[in-house]
Design a binder for this molecule. Structure first.
Ligand SMILES: [Zn+2]
Length: 323
């Protein structure tokens, strides 16, 4: 119990940019080993905590939180990481912590490549997600995988995009003697899947929540995202495991994510209304209150690229000239 408390405390405290140590391990470029470590954040619930960074060869794409849970008859896995190599090393870690029990279920929270490209080391028949996540992986998985090869090179060797085979739509599922509540949301992407272990109260939010790290927006709809955050705020839980960043007992990840999205939305609207170009919008200073948020500048610039055209289309509709 003492060890468990220590582990959760470490997961809660892991701040932006400070986790390239015992919690996540450094990538050793020579042997390309992630050196994954698992924190037991709740009884029989482990989180493999990625760095609060952007993709680089140095981190091998290990920037994401994945998790695994021992249930009475086996193991449940939530997200599988950025590469086949990561999936293999995650499986090794699972068999060290929970020897002799089979993986019964793998959930994918959404179709971003850092969350599902370890899928291929698991039995496809046990990998599950909402139909929307499956459709997104089938439509975009190969292109997203190609981009990861460009970013991460040899870390990706042998990695293929593998979609879940099990489409979920029920609000609950019993896996190996444990009940999970399943929430079908959107906003970070068109299909975001949230899972709560009803035995422990741990809520796995995927990338609807970021903690001490700027949210990513390549497939975002900020209006839908705000609605999902409101719903998560009202959802009972004991601990949130966000898609990126340390654990959260108090709902701070909800506040941080909403604060960033509100600022982003307001800033881009304002820039379009002033008639600024995308390049001018990118020069906007990031408010000091976000100083503790990792990769803010990088993600803001990426968000301008992703979203600026949408704001221009919405706020400056083309004028039809009638002759
Ligand atoms: Zn994502």
């Amino acid at each position: 119990m003492h060890l468990l408390k220590h582990s959760r405390r470490a997961f809660l405290k892991a701040a932006a940019g400070s986790c390239a140590c015992a919690l996540c391990g450094g990538a050793n470029a020579r042997v390309l080993k992630y050196e994954l470590l698992a924190s037991e954040v709740e009884s029989k619930t482990w989180v493999v905590h990625g760095r609060n960074e952007y993709f680089s060869f140095e981190n091998g794409g290990n920037i994401v939180n994945t998790a695994f849970i021992e249930v009475p008859e086996g193991v449940v896995v939530i997200d599988t990481g950025p590469s086949k190599r990561f999936g293999e090393q995650l499986l090794d870690l699972i068999s060290q912590k929970i020897p002799g029990k089979p993986v019964l279920r793998v959930y994918n929270t959404h179709h971003h490549p850092d969350h599902f490209l370890g899928n291929q080391v698991f039995d496809p028949q046990i990998i599950a997600a909402p139909q929307g996540v499956i459709d997104n992986i089938e439509a975009e998985g190969d292109a997203l995988t190609d981009n990861m090869y460009r970013l991460l090179g040899d870390w990706m060797r042998g990695t293929d995009s593998v979609a879940p085979t099990q489409a979920l739509d029920a609000s609950q599922e019993n896996v190996g003697g444990r009940d999970f509540s399943l929430f079908y949301l959107s906003g970070h992407t068109s299909s975001d899947f949230v899972i709560r272990d009803n035995h422990t109260g741990v809520l796995f939010s995927g990338d609807l929540l970021f903690m001490y790290r700027a949210p990513t927006t390549p497939h975002a709809d900020i209006g839908d995202w705000r609605q999902s955050l409101a719903m998560l705020r009202d959802t009972d839980r004991d601990l949130i495991v966000p898609g990126h960043g340390p654990g959260d007992e108090k709902g701070e990840a909800i506040d941080q994510t909403l604060d960033w999205l509100d600022w982003l939305d307001g800033s881009l609207r304002d820039a379009v209304e002033r008639g600024w170009t995308m390049n001018e919008a990118m020069q906007l200073p990031i408010p000091e209150r976000f100083n503790s948020i990792a990769v803010g500048k990088t993600e803001f610039e990426r968000s301008v690229v992703h979203l600026y055209q949408k704001y221009e289309d919405e706020l400056m509709p083309a004028i039809e000239i009638v002759q």
